[in-house]
Design a protein around this ligand. Structure first.
Ligand SMILES: [Zn+2]
Length: 133
């Protein structure tokens, strides 16, 4: 356990504390480590991998339609690969890459790109995961 200075009252508090024991400031909001959830659209087919785009490390591996849950220590640039290209970082479309932060929830959904019926998969941040997509 380490001590940090509370940004609100300036007193020493444990870096593991959820709230400052002196003034109640929500210290957990400062933490950069934690879980990220990404709901992967069930309209995609096959295997799915979430990559740390910088280190090329696989953060999560599963099947489309699942909710990917993984832990990060700091804001991380991730990309979602699926299907035949699940092992190919270079095939991940720009819209399926995003910088995510701890405790955020994301969805990868299919969105239309034009009135002529073009579709693309896109990562977008959401307040809560919608199980139905
Ligand atoms: Zn405080």
């Amino acid at each position: 356990m380490a001590l940090i200075k509370c940004p609100e009252c300036g007193q020493d508090v444990s870096d593991k504390a959820v709230n400052c024991i002196h003034c109640g400031f929500p210290l957990s909001s400062l933490r950069t480590d934690g879980e990220v959830m990404i709901k992967i659209s069930s309209k995609l087919q096959g295997r799915c991998k979430v990559y740390d785009m910088n280190s090329r490390r696989v953060l999560w591996e599963g099947t489309t339609g699942e909710v990917a849950v993984f832990s990060i220590n700091e804001p991380t640039w991730v990309g979602v690969a699926w299907g035949f290209n699940a092992d190919r970082l270079d095939k991940i479309p720009d819209a399926c890459r995003a910088t995510v932060k701890a405790r955020e929830k994301w969805e990868m959904t299919m969105e239309s790109t034009s009135m002529w019926g073009g579709m693309e998969f896109k990562l977008r941040r959401v307040d809560s995961i919608n199980a139905g997509i």
